[in-house]
Ligand binder design. Sequence first.
Ligand code: PHE
Length: 337
Amino acid sequence: MDIKAVSAQIDADIQEINSLEALEQFRLKYLGRKGLVAELTSAIPGLPQEERARFGQEVNALKNKLLSLIAEKQKTLAGSSGQAAQAAGDLGMPGISQSLGQLHPLTQVTDEICAIFNRMGFSIVEGPEIESEYNNFTGLNIPLEHPSREAFDTFYLKNYTKMLLRSHTSPVQVRQMKEQKPPLAIVVPGRVYRPDAVDAAHSFMFHQIEGFMVDTGIKFSDLKGILEMFAQAVFGNDIKMRFRPHFFPFTEPSAEVDISCIICKGKGCSVCGRKGWLEILGSGMIHPNVFKHVGIDADKYTGFAFGLGIERIAMLKYGINDIRLFFENDLRFLRQF
Ligand code: PHE
């Protein structure tokens, strides 16, 4: 086949082209799988040895010429014929979706619990993670050298005497009661620290929500009613609660609160240790000594307080069996929420 003749034919053909469809036909005619260039290429092995190299080069040059002619023509057609969109790509093609981030499961549970209390009239405040020894202990009626300090042991700051990482959110009770006068209804979400060895159930840092209400005539039954509303809102209406007598220095009387096991409904299983109950929080009536420390008249006002662990609630709610999962930043875990 005469390459020169083919080349001349190409020059003639390209002149005629006035649409992208025609250009595609042109491309197929020459560069398609069964096009002329393919035909010429497949003829090479049949040529005499001494002609092969030269012929090959000529075919290659022809191919390059075609490619540049097509590219050029495509540009002029796209610019002039109103088919710009088509040339620029298929606008009807599905887009590439951006994957949105989401809130950490602990943040979601915190928001949910705060919203429940907010609907019952509680305001939401926060306090600092670096606290004074006074607010974390003394103001809460936990005297120096008292054995109950051990339960709230924490990390002390080296260069600041009497400053520490709060071991519970209760110091915010002291802060708020000094700042505001009753009536008070407040919840406090936040991080707390304890020098616990890390395992499936413990972490040196975790999250709590403190809640308290102070006014004239606040009774233990108010505490029970509010907590029951809360537990049912989080775990469902058929959840049962029980109050077990307990000791906290800052409440009197004090109680630990259990809910009926959400897995076995109270029958006893491995999650609840065959007890049928799961501990979810500590609570009680605010101790008169705490009121004394913050300057609230204990003869006039009463109040309740409670503190719950957010990880514990989240683990029960979602059936998570290891607290470390919350803090490892493994996206395979986090993306499930
Ligand atoms: N601060 C207590 C704890 O961390 C919980 C608590 C809060 C108990 C308020 C009673 C009243 O264990």
